[in-house]
Design a protein around this ligand. Structure first.
Ligand code: NAP
Length: 251
């Protein structure tokens, strides 16, 4: 579904909610973490790079938003025990979890399938597809206990419409569409928990600079333009939508 990014969230849209954002150290993930904190959420910042996480942490605190929590975790290495430990730490330190934005992604650039190694495939599928499943699974007891909760997966245009040279990355994102259909059906017994996919479209953020290096960056919209949609999907106004794919339309 194409979804307009024109939505006006109230300033307290996410007040008292706890939201986990993966890949929160830069790009769209950082922008979303700041937007969620600005709207009242306590944000859990997950990423590999401690320096980047610390910088986002400081920015949130300096703006006077709820104090976030930083979690350094490599999604390419983490196993079920790590995700269970993470969920336990969230419960012990924050007592609840109301949403997850799965934003982290591995993207190695464009290349023909014949040049993509098994290790590259396994790494890409692990970060973009399997880690979101395992992380969500570990957090399900917290999410189903919350009065209104959301799991938001991030796809990409070429996951929706695969094309030559997008290889393992496109397949990993395409599989998220099957995943959301399956899981949203299974979660129907928990009407307080919804799961959807967002397709951001091109914005001025790191992945786009790798996929289209010759593009004029100034022509690209800022990732902040996506935030009305990201807030809508994370907040209570999207209640009733589950198993859906939302493609940002920035016109
Ligand atoms: N930019 C676009 O125009 C665009 C368009 C469509 C879809 N998207 C999607 O939007 C999302 C964000 O894209 P972006 O452009 O903002 O790219 P990005 O900055 O490269 O975002 C990727 C994030 O994922 C994290 N990450 C990668 N591998 C990880 C791992 N093994 N463990 C933990 N974290 C890991 C990175 O963390 P570190 O900081 O620790 O490296 C980084 O913060 C992605 O899912 C992408 O596919 C982007």
């Amino acid at each position: 579904m194409n979804y307009s990014t024109h939505y006006s969230p109230g300033p307290d849209l996410l007040k008292d909610r706890v939201i986990l954002v993966t890949g929160a150290g830069q790009g769209i993930g950082k922008t979303a973490a700041l937007a969620y904190a600005q709207h009242g959420a306590t944000v859990i910042l997950l990423g590999r790079n401690q320096k980047r996480l610390d910088a986002v942490y400081d920015e949130i605190v300096n703006h006077g938003h709820p104090e976030p929590m930083a979690l350094k975790l490599d999604l390419a290495q983490a196993g079920d025990d790590d995700f269970q430990g993470m969920a336990q730490a969230i419960f012990e330190q924050l007592g609840r979890l109301d949403g997850i934005l799965h934003n982290a992604a591995r993207f190695d650039g464009l290349s023909p399938l014949e040049y993509q190694s098994l290790d590259q495939w396994m790494g890409t599928l692990r970060v973009n597809l399997a880690a979101p499943v395992a992380l969500t699974r570990a957090c399900l007891p917290l999410l189903t206990r919350a009065p209104d909760s959301t799991v938001l997966l991030t796809s990409e245009t070429h996951g929706h419409q695969p094309a030559a040279f997008w290889g393992a990355f496109a397949v990993s994102k395409w599989a998220l569409e099957a995943l959301v259909t399956i899981w949203a059906q299974e979660l129907a017994v928990h009407p307080n928990l919804r799961m959807n996919v967002v397709i951001p479209g091109p914005v001025r953020a790191p992945q786009r600079l790798i996929s289209h290096p010759a593009e004029d960056r100034k022509q690209l919209p800022e990732s902040t333009r996506l935030m009305p949609l990201y807030l809508y999907l994370m907040g209570p106004d999207s209640r009733g939508h589950s198993g859906e794919i939302f493609e940002a339309q920035m016109s």
